[in-house]
Design a protein around this ligand. Structure first.
Ligand code: GLC
Length: 733
């Protein structure tokens, strides 16, 4: 995000004409209230649902009569800067009030959670990251931006780029996995896709990189929990993706709910003013997470709402999401000199800058024709991109005996209720899909003309029907079992202590295996699952995540060989839940895990992931040879030969890792430094080259200083973090 001098002048001129009330109004994000239809406050209704005093059905009935209150009078009075709404006509109406009825006519910035697509829903981020396809990351973001603008949304609360190493945390589904480099490349691509096509106001939105910072390190994988770590860990693992996003010009950032080393991010001046605005140079503004300023009282860092609001403003929090605390207390704080006017002016300047950059003062409205176009249906190119993204995000974990791909002549018994549920394909944080756009795995398979019969047999919830399973086994040449999680089992507030397949799905799989028929397991899940038993017992496992509206087409194409899986895991899968957190880029320890007793291992479980970061198979096979490393003045020139040794065309994601063997801080046993996708026909061999700047071999120390140190480095290249060729090189800088 860059402003012209003219735009900067416009902002200064407008700021100079604003009253204190109007300035504070720009720092206020109004979340819609839900009103009517019930005689208790909405928050009480949510409590009643949560503690079971009313059923989901009763809640739905009550909500059917409710409406959203967007606080129109406050908008008219210039006291609201932003709303959250995904209805284009409602957004036009609210903009009209702000622009035509308030004193200064400042338009609203309209935010919404468009994390992996709006109505064209793409794979959840942990899945899309498995494609290691930066161009795809950017393309899906660009399409999400266009669909957002066409619905009056000009601010996406995305990308979520929290590195996460603990799959017990439900929000691991929302981000690009465990690795800082993959996360950084994902972040860059998403910012480019959301923000860079400024050729038309219809093509770009303000990104909101989140959650700043280290939310994924919540203790025990328990959502909203405390996080604590060394500064070097923060700088080397959790900040890189945000640094990358800032370098790409991300317009806004959302602060995380968690405290970091005892100070909540929401009121953490070192993080907000020191690192984010100072070191990284954020040009736009920081918004709190929902209700997070108020929650600083719960954290125990603020005595009351007023104290929390003052701390947040002084720490550099520019906009308050949904608490009214800025609106209620900042004026008095400024009048008493507790919060200097320059703090207010800085926040408002940042917010107005984003609104000017978005072109909202030129035209905040959605043309009726654009609204009607989407009401007629999704454009074909949008659907095609959904299919492409879904196809590249699947990961073939196992394929013993080459059972996949299936032949269309085989009689397929499709088992599992998830297979027939088109409402489960989008995953967490998808709120604008339409059922008519969604394709279940069953529908996708049936559309191919394959000989498929469906047997529900059960799923993540409820009982398993073994009689139905008997019928499925009797009729089949091959059984395709779709098992996993519902979309509600991952995402926000969905941490779990047991991340094995929920319900009786493991028993169902075991029962199907006992039939003696070939069993293909398709996983539909939002988080890495503990697959210790499955990795041993199941011959074929296709990780299909929640792939978005066209999941069914993509899975059917993969099962039948119309596409060849190419994805590689963006996150490690543990054998058992108790292994979490588990990740590939871990320190060695003084006693690296081994079968020997006195080493870093468990008595009752493996110490390594059952499926490691970067792992993924194909329907063909690849061989690597002749890794070479040549030092030049500034770089390492790395080369390897890759050959397709199978009978089908395929794409391999070649991964480059390094290790700093002895440094002034303990370093990981491997760190991803680059990757590329290479497509080869059968028998084709190609030299794959990487140019690795030597300065990228450094790390941040506990003073936040970036160090590149002399010594031995190991260079690894291969098709996963585990299977690599290796060379050593000794460098002096
Ligand atoms: C939620 C989430 C955040 C989201 C915000 C607005 O609590 O933490 O990711 O953008 O509220 O919906």
């Amino acid at each position: 995000m860059k402003l012209t001098q003219e735009q900067k002048k416009f902002v200064e001129d407008l700021l100079s004409r604003m009253t204190l009330d109007e300035k504070i109004g720009q720092m206020n994000q109004e979340s819609p209230s839900i009103v009517g239809g019930f005689d208790v406050p909405f928050s009480e209704l949510i409590e009643m649902l949560t503690d079971g005093r009313i059923s989901q059905e009763e809640f739905g009935r009550l909500m059917a009569t409710a409406k959203q209150d967007f606080h129109e009078d406050d908008i008219r009075a210039g006291l609201v800067s932003s709303v959250m709404c995904n209805d284009p006509r409602q957004n036009n109406a609210l903009q009209k009030i702000a622009v035509e009825e308030s004193r200064l006519g400042i338009p609203l910035i309209v935010g919404f959670d468009v994390i992996h697509g709006f109505r064209s829903v793409f794979p959840i981020a942990i899945a899309e990251a498995c494609s290691f396809d930066d161009a795809l990351f950017e393309d899906t973001a660009r399409m999400a931006a266009k669909e957002s603008r066409a619905h009056g949304i000009n601010w996406n609360f995305a990308p979520m780029i929290d590195a996460a190493r603990d799959a017990r945390w439900g929000r691991v589904s929302e981000g690009p996995g465990e690795d800082p480099l993959l996360g950084s490349r994902f972040a860059r691509a998403k910012i480019r896709g959301l923000q860079n096509d400024t050729s038309s106001l219809k093509n770009y939105v303000a990104a909101c990189t989140k959650h700043y910072v280290a939310y994924g390190a919540c203790e025990g994988g328990r959502d909203y929990n405390t996080t604590s770590m060394s500064d070097s860990q923060l700088y080397n693992v959790y900040l890189p993706a945000f640094r990358a996003a800032m370098e790409e010009g991300a317009a806004t950032v959302m602060a995380a709910f968690n405290d970091l080393n005892g100070i909540p991010c929401t009121v953490n001046e070192w993080l907000l003013r020191g690192i984010l605005k100072g070191e990284m140079g954020l040009e736009g503004f920081v918004v709190s997470d929902a209700n997070a300023i108020r929650e600083c009282v719960n954290h125990g860092i603020a005595a009351d709402d007023r104290d929390a609001g003052i701390q947040a403003a002084l720490a550099g929090m520019d906009m308050d999401m949904g608490t009214h605390i800025y609106k209620d207390y900042l004026k008095e704080a400024v009048q008493k000199g507790v919060v200097p006017m320059k703090v207010i002016d800085e926040a408002v300047r940042r917010i107005l800058s984003v609104k000017v950059w978005l072109g909202l003062f030129e035209n905040p409205y959605v043309p009726e024709a654009d609204i009607e176009a989407y009401e007629k249906g999704l454009p074909a190119e949008h659907i095609a991109l959904c299919k492409k993204a879904a196809g590249e995000s699947m990961v073939l974990l196992k394929n013993e005996g080459g059972v996949l791909p299936l032949s269309r002549k085989q009689k397929i018994s499709l088992v599992g209720t998830l297979a027939d549920n088109a409402e489960e394909v989008c995953g967490a944080w998808a709120m604008a899909w339409k059922k008519e756009d969604c394709v279940s795995i069953r529908a996708g398979l049936e559309a191919t003309g394959a000989d498929v019969s469906y047997y529900p047999c059960g799923g993540p919830e409820g009982e398993i029907d073994f009689d139905e399973a008997d019928r499925a086994c009797a009729d089949a040449d091959v059984i395709v079992a779709v098992v996993g999680e519902t979309d509600a089992m991952s995402g926000e507030a969905s941490s779990k202590t047991d991340i094995t397949l929920p319900g009786g799905q493991r028993e169902l799989l075991s029962y199907l295996l006992n039939s003696g028929k070939p069993v293909v397991t398709v996983l539909m899940n939002g988080r890495p699952l503990a697959l210790g038993w499955e990795a041993e017992a199941l011959p074929v496992i296709l990780e299909a995540w929640h792939l978005g509206i066209r999941m069914g087409d993509a899975v059917a194409a993969a099962l039948l060989g119309d596409i060849t899986p190419s994805g590689k895991l963006s996150s490690s899968f543990p054998a058992v839940s108790g292994q979490c957190p588990v990740y590939y880029n871990h320190p060695s320890t003084g006693r690296p895990g081994s079968k020997s007793k006195f080493t870093s291992r468990y008595l009752d479980a493996p110490w390594e992931a059952v499926f490691p970061f970067g792992h993924g198979l194909s329907y063909t096979s690849f061989a690597y040879r002749d890794l070479s490393v040549r030092e030049t003045e500034d770089n390492l020139e790395i080369s390897v030969y890759l050959k397709n040794t199978g009978e089908r065309e395929g794409t391999e994601i070649v991964q480059l890792y390094t290790r700093d063997v002895a440094a002034s801080l303990v370093r990981p046993v491997k760190e991803l430094k680059d990757y590329c996708r290479v497509s080869l026909t059968p028998g084709e061999e190609r030299e794959v080259r990487f140019t690795l700047p030597k300065k990228s071999l450094g790390f941040y120390n506990n003073d936040g200083c970036y160090c590149v140190e002399d010594g031995e480095f190991r260079v690894f290249v291969g098709g996963s973090s585990k299977d690599t060729l290796e060379q050593s090189v000794t460098l002096s800088f």
